[in-house]
Ligand binder design. Structure first.
Ligand code: C5P
Length: 249
């Protein structure tokens, strides 16, 4: 897939809504200033494939963020169904599912696509950014999170996965280990906007970074939710992030 080079293409807005009606109403206001919409488990569980169909009809591509993690055959089926939905450009799985599961997902993402069509890209989630070293140890994963994240990113790359979802703090190390063409998608982005306290609120994100820091660290795509969805003027909030991305590139 050739992603358009306009700075807006790097902005993915997370539609964390509990109904398709509210997600659509919101997405309509900003569809022409953003690159993609992210549909996660909350909206997809509530509204199903209709959410993808109706949001994709607004124009921007869809990042279907369902983080599959199951036996290889089941994940392959889920990835195949995801890739068959019109408008889906990014799909993800958990790297902790292991090489066989990742490889099954890689094969599924390209299967069933019409000849000559651009297939969606497959991403792996390494370690959830909500987990710190203690939480990792509790589930039997030792060592510092960054070391583990880079190892999992390399495993995903070896299996043929196109990129990872990772925090800005880990982006540089992943870029170094996995090369220029490996996609890096970073959530936890908070604009530094002195005029708007809402924009800089960290919410439940433990580690945040500004759009400029994310781009400088090598991120290809920035996932932003509440700084746009909860802004008094979502269009202006999205546009100001796009302007910041443009200045940082
Ligand atoms: O509102 P906020 O900007 O924090 O939203 C970030 C989005 O990115 C949410 O949809 C969240 O589920 C998602 N995400 C994340 N951290 C990850 C992976 C996904 O925050 N490691």
């Amino acid at each position: 897939m050739t992603f358009d080079t306009h700075p807006r293409s790097s902005l993915i807005v997370a539609l964390d809504f509990d109904s398709l009606k509210s997600a659509l109403k919101f997405a309509q206001q900003i569809a022409d200033v953003v690159g993609m919409f992210k549909i996660g488990s909350q909206l997809f569980t509530a509204a199903g494939p209709a959410a993808v169909r109706e949001i994709a009809a607004l124009g921007p591509g869809i990042f279907l963020d369902l983080k599959f993690h199951d036996i290889p055959n089941t994940v392959a089926g889920a990835v195949l169904s995801s890739a068959a939905m019109t408008g889906v450009q990014l799909v993800n799985v958990h790297a902790l599912g292991g090489h066989a599961m990742l490889h099954a997902a890689v094969q599924a993402i390209g299967a069933g696509q019409p000849m000559g069509a651009d297939r969606p890209r497959l991403l792996a989630v390494t370690i959830l950014t909500s987990m710190d070293q203690k939480a990792m140890r509790e589930v039997g994963i030792g060592g510092p999170p960054k070391t583990r994240v880079v190892k999992l990113a390399k495993l995903a790359k070896t299996a043929g996965v196109d990129g990872v979802v990772a925090s800005v703090q880990e982006a540089r190390a992943i870029r170094k280990a996995c090369g220029r063409d490996f996609l890096i998608v970073t959530p936890g982005v908070r604009p530094k906007d002195k005029d708007s306290a809402a924009a800089a609120k960290t919410d439940d994100q433990a580690r945040t970074a500004t759009p400029t820091e994310a781009i400088k660290a090598g991120a290809d795509f920035l996932v932003v939710g509440r700084p746009i969805t909860a802004a008094p003027d979502p269009r202006a909030a999205a546009q100001s992030i796009v302007d910041e991305i443009a200045a940082a590139k």
